[in-house]
Design a protein around this ligand. Structure first.
Ligand code: SF4
Length: 63
């Protein structure tokens, strides 16, 4: 699977980082950075929850 983040849309709410800090981090500008864009399938549930938690739908998870 592959995580993509649209930093033009990200509003810095930090839900993703709070839910899955191994994969998401806010940078100095307060916008999301994806730490691992291609996590193993064993992380799907966690990553999927974090992606869905974003209030502005800035994150996508592709199969
Ligand atoms: S939850 Fe969405 S808006 Fe908030 S930091 Fe993550 S990607 Fe950005």
């Amino acid at each position: 699977m592959r995580i993509t983040a649209d930093r033009d849309v990200c509003d810095g709410h930090g839900m993703c980082e709070a839910m899955a800090h191994e994969f998401f981090e806010l940078d100095d500008d307060g916008l999301v950075l994806v730490l691992d864009e291609a996590p193993g399938d064993e992380h799907r549930e966690l990553v999927d929850s974090a992606v869905r938690s974003c209030p502005v739908s800035a994150l996508r998870l592709e199969a």
